[in-house]
Design a protein around this ligand. Structure first.
Ligand SMILES: [Fe+2]
Length: 348
């Protein structure tokens, strides 16, 4: 039934802005898309409150799953969502919120059952790997039909090195979905933080992390319904989401999937964003040394990071971190500082 989707992927042309990816509009046929977003599993009637929404989604075969940017404790989510107070560090130090992701485990509608089986089948996942010239036999697929509730936030990140491929298809059932704030941003680093991708490129033994929003600028958003974006995570594949919408009337809904390397890149150390925030670290250090006599130097994470950076990358880092002539002092683009109170290393 869905075999034509493989042909569309094979025929699609790669785009290079802001990074190498495929985007295909009108991915599913109109007939299939209309049937999918009208199904009982995807189009949920408006709900009076969060508790009712959970009960309804559970009755339709959804289950809460662990997912980046989300928590799995329903009661904690319900409590937080009453006020949506900013909680930096609760889920990731680069974010102030967190959401909840539910995956459709037991669909009842025959077409949705078939769609789920298609996403899970080798034929589809092998075609994705071939398009991106990935070693399919060294990967395993993980995918599903997912709903993301309000508060879902994952700050700009390129994906960890174990992810070989990521794709997402918008199948939002609410008519004004493209106007709402719950879509995936595709971004590039600002000039000030462009060295980070060179740091990751020069240090393949270190995993990539989430970074604060001000380190990047949005180039595009995947707002259109029935569009698919596919990319092979690399050092520049920055993407992010910050959902802020009323999920009682309709939920951000996607076909989402990854190919994961089975063995490569397990257990890589990861420097968190505040450990590679060289512009702010340098500014802090200079302010500190101007105010107090310099204590005996103890190697910082940043100096450790620099010590393992290849010479080419060091040059790029110097261009960013060395002080400019005092004629036109540059204005910081980030309000984040290293060792921000309340941050933690968890949640990656
Ligand atoms: Fe991601």
């Amino acid at each position: 039934m869905f075999g034509y989707l493989i042909s569309k992927i094979r025929e699609a042309e790669f785009q290079d802005v802001p990074f190498r990816h495929l985007i295909i509009e009108n991915f599913l046929s109109n007939e299939h898309f209309d049937a999918i977003v009208s199904s009982d599993e995807i189009r949920v009637p408006p709900q009076p409150d969060d508790e009712s929404l959970f009960d309804d989604l559970f009755s339709r075969g959804y289950r809460i799953i662990g997912f980046p940017g989300c928590i799995t404790d329903k009661d904690a989510y319900l409590e937080w969502h009453k006020s949506k107070s900013a909680q930096h560090g609760r889920n990731n130090p680069a974010c102030e919120g967190f959401g909840m992701t539910l995956r459709l485990i037991e669909p009842q509608t025959p077409m949705i059952q078939e769609l789920k089986a298609f996403l899970e089948a080798e034929e589809f996942n092998k075609a994705l790997a071939e398009k991106f010239e990935l070693p399919f036999e060294k990967t395993h697929a993980d995918n599903g039909i997912q709903k993301y509730l309000d508060g879902y936030e994952i700050s700009p990140h390129p994906d960890v090195r174990r992810k070989a491929l990521t794709y997402m298809v918008n199948i939002n059932p609410h008519p004004n979905a493209d106007q709402l704030q719950h879509h995936t941003h595709y971004l590039k680093f600002t000039d000030r933080y462009n060295y980070v991708k060179e740091f990751w490129a020069g240090n393949p033994q270190i995993d990539r992390c989430w970074v604060p929003w001000p380190w990047c600028e949005t180039v595009s958003e995947q707002r259109s319904n029935n569009s698919i974006v596919i990319f092979a995570p690399s050092n520049d594949t920055m993407h992010a989401v910050k959902a802020n919408y009323n999920h009682l009337n309709g939920q951000r809904t996607q076909l989402y999937g990854n190919l994961w390397y089975k063995e490569l890149h397990h257990g890589l150390p990861q420097f968190q964003w505040h450990e590679i925030d060289l512009p702010n670290t340098r500014a802090q250090r200079e302010a500190q040394s101007a105010a107090t006599p310099r204590p005996k130097a103890r190697p910082s994470f940043v100096s450790k990071a620099k010590s393992i950076v290849p010479p080419g990358v060091k040059k790029a880092l110097r261009a960013v971190t060395q002080p400019k002539p005092p004629v036109t002092p540059s204005k910081p683009t980030s309000t984040y500082v290293a060792d921000r109170p309340g941050t933690s290393r968890k949640g990656q």
